[in-house]
Design a protein around this ligand. Structure first.
Ligand code: ZN
Length: 212
């Protein structure tokens, strides 16, 4: 039910909102979801309730290599999220047709600003992307090759993320689960990275209530 001004009514003290799997007064488990700011990917599609999302979005879903001495909004945001006691899942998501990856490989007709070029350097994925497309030439690259580059870029950011000490200890204790997703907007399908096979596999639906 929505109020007259279109906003969802706030919970009253008598009837507080209660999320699945939680008791009154208890916070729901949260998911740190790191993704590109582009419109092809919507993090709310990957959780049963938007309130569970702790989002970090930036152009290119870039995770800077861990360095506590560097002033970085991304590092501080990830570090803060990892300190939350009710955090259980960490997801990093890339997508097909990523403009940041296209800019990295000089495959876009859009203007690439100096600030974007410097930001892409932080992702340090140029070599991995060039290896994925099999060429370092400056010619046109096909869509499939660009998407392979986007996956290589995603895995580079996953490797950066794995360096964060709190994440490593959380995984070792079994408290945290880390996954990398690759979303294809054109087919509305999502793949999850399997470290065991070093490949992307279709993401299984975890429940009929899930939307993708
Ligand atoms: Zn993107």
């Amino acid at each position: 039910m929505r109020s007259a001004n279109g906003l969802i009514p706030r919970p009253s003290p008598e009837r507080p909102y209660r999320l699945e799997g939680t008791r009154p007064g208890e916070s729901p488990h949260q998911t740190l979801f790191i993704s590109c700011t582009e419109t092809q990917i919507a993090p709310t599609r990957f959780v049963s309730r938007p309130e569970q999302l702790f989002e970090l979005r930036n152009i290119g879903n870039i995770v800077p290599p861990y360095n506590p001495k560097v002033v970085s909004g991304a590092i501080a945001t990830i570090d803060y999220a990892l300190s939350l006691t009710n955090l259980r899942d960490v997801v990093i998501a890339g997508h097909s047709g990523c403009g940041a990856v296209a800019a990295l490989l000089n495959q876009t007709s859009n203007r690439v600003s100096p600030s974007l070029r410097r930001w892409l350097v932080v992702g340090s994925s140029r070599v991995a992307c060039e290896d994925a497309v099999g060429t370092r030439a400056s010619g046109a690259i096909g869509k499939e090759a660009l998407d392979r580059a986007a996956q290589a870029h995603l895995l580079t950011q996953l490797a950066h993320l794995a360096q964060y000490p709190e994440l490593e200890s959380g995984q070792n204790s079994g408290r945290l689960r880390l996954r990398a997703l690759f979303h294809r907007a054109e087919s509305s399908t999502t793949e999850v990275y399997s470290p065991r096979d070093d490949s992307f596999k279709p993401l299984a639906r975890e429940g009929s209530g899930r939307r993708r």
